[in-house]
Design a protein around this ligand. Sequence first.
Ligand SMILES: Nc1ncnc2c1ncn2[C@@H]1O[C@H](COP(=O)(O)OP(=O)(O)OP(=O)(O)O)[C@@H](O)[C@H]1O
Ligand SMILES: [Mg+2]
Length: 257
Amino acid sequence: MTVLLSLRDVWVEYGERIVIEKLDLDIAAGSFVSVVGPSGAGKSSFLRLILGQEAPTRGTILLDGVPLAPECGPDRGVVFQRYSVFPHLSALRNTILGMECAQAPFAARLFGRARRAAEEEAAAMLRAVGLGDSMHLYPAQMSGGMQQRLAIAQALVKRPRILLLDEPFGALDPGIRADMHALIRSLWREYALTIVMVTHDIREAFTLGTRVLALDKRRHDPHAPHRFGATAVYDLPLRDRSESEPSSITVDAIGNN
Ligand SMILES: Nc1ncnc2c1ncn2[C@@H]1O[C@H](COP(=O)(O)OP(=O)(O)OP(=O)(O)O)[C@@H](O)[C@H]1O
Ligand SMILES: [Mg+2]
């Protein structure tokens, strides 16, 4: 196993309030980590840590053995539940914007030949997520599923090694969700991605993940709810990346534990 990300004794605190405590984790290159846990457990905070959007108050995070560089690096892409695309830009412009951030972080604009190359790459990525016919639509003209495809294209066009998904399919109806599962799984394979996905849907967590991580508080102080933070209370390896189909572990079996 090649370790891509290492978290060592990581804490997130806001003043007196402890959100994450003593998180020790190694995330293997190529794994698909599903993150579950109750609302407010710190799942989004955990993603922000990996994204470099937030620094731990204690502990270290290493990417390839090197301390994590700040946000907008090309190695990490992110998709949120909704509103992660810009409403005033077409699908194509939204996707190009993802690239501009990666390639020209200071100017955030590309010109001339670089721009045409970027347009071609963005168009190819939109085709890869099934939006080949919708490149010139604006988000308001697209369904929720199409907007999430666009958000995925925007994140992947940077060619990140790590894709962070924060409840990306939460707002979609079940049929569209199934399509999105197939899409994300094929992109995961095709682009050799490492994925960390937060979801409230336990079935989704087990269907897609190679590993399921549950974040929750180990200890509770009823008189001081913020005294203890969440950590990895369950860490279940499910299958290897090479095993293409969902494992034989069923949601029902886990639910009875
Ligand atoms: N900037 C901040 N200042 C103070 N507290 C914060 C800040 N950001 C997050 N928190 C707190 O951290 C805790 C965890 O928040 P987080 O958004 O990570 O939870 P979550 O597991 O993603 O929840 P949900 O499932 O509802 O999305 C919450 O109690 C929240 O109030
Ligand atoms: Mg959240």
